[in-house]
Design a protein around this ligand. Structure first.
Ligand SMILES: Nc1nc2c(c(=O)[nH]1)N[C@H]1C(S)=C(S)[C@@H](COP(=O)(O)O)O[C@H]1N2
Ligand SMILES: [Mo]
Length: 208
């Protein structure tokens, strides 16, 4: 990084901190790091589908062409990875989760949403967090289709949680009364994962 870039990055970080947008223990990155377990799945538009199941009023599935015909929203938000990088003012486009849920309806006892991805990765988020304005099923980043490494064709975007809860290569959403910790939650990451509370790891009784 050039001297100028380093100075600019410091200035940006100071401003963002002042604005209260830098969670504890995080620092600003200008790159877009790539983090996942397993292989990047190949996308086949003819075979891809998105399913909703569990405590839904109506089980449904969308093909890729059906899904991209749904109304979209665009938003700018900050993202925070548990490995301590944060990226600010990222621009996303996709289907707002709350609007998506209205298409099929869910039972009144739903408390948790579990994202299921190609390759078997899963992650859990409370329903009330998912229903926030800023949660979407995203397929564009910075005005362009998602890069395969970043979840093409579709990922969840949950800005108020650490980024492991934003599931890449999304294929199904499960609506559940019971909580179902996913890949990282079962591997010792915090079940809730709020960056502003620095909920990085599970508290193990007797350790903290
Ligand atoms: N399907 C899937 N989604 C995933 C992951 C994964 O391993 N598989 N990793 C998570 C983690 S730990 C992070 S930090 C972000 C990284 O997203 P990025 O590669 O677009 O930065 O994706 C999340 N979503
Ligand atoms: Mo991560």
């Amino acid at each position: 990084m050039s001297r100028e870039t380093v100075d600019q990055r410091r200035a940006d970080e100071a401003r963002i901190k002042k604005e209260g947008r830098l969670p504890p223990g995080q620092s600003l990155t200008l790159d877009f790091p790539i983090l996942h377990v397993g292989q990047v799945p190949r996308f086949d538009a003819a075979r891809w589908d998105l399913r909703v199941f569990g405590l839904v009023e109506k089980e449904m599935r969308w093909t890729w062409s059906e899904f991209i015909a749904l109304p979209t929203v665009a938003q700018t938000c900050d993202i925070h990875c548990v490995t301590t990088w944060s990226k600010f003012d990222t621009i996303w486009e996709g289907v707002r989760f709350r609007d998506f849920v209205a298409l099929f309806g869910i039972k009144s006892n739903v408390k948790h949403v579990i994202a299921h991805c190609d390759g078997g990765y899963t992650t859990n988020v409370p329903l009330d967090v998912m229903m926030d304005d800023d949660v979407m099923l995203a397929y564009k980043f910075d005005g362009k289709p998602l890069e395969p490494d970043h979840g093409y064709p579709l990922r969840t975007l949950v800005p108020k949680r650490y980024f492991w809860k934003s599931a890449k290569w999304l294929r199904a959403l499960e609506f559940s009364a019971a909580d179902k910790p996913g890949y990282w939650e079962n591997a010792g990451y915090h079940n809730n994962g709020d960056p502003f509370k620095e909920e990085r790891h599970q508290r193990r009784f007797g350790f903290f």
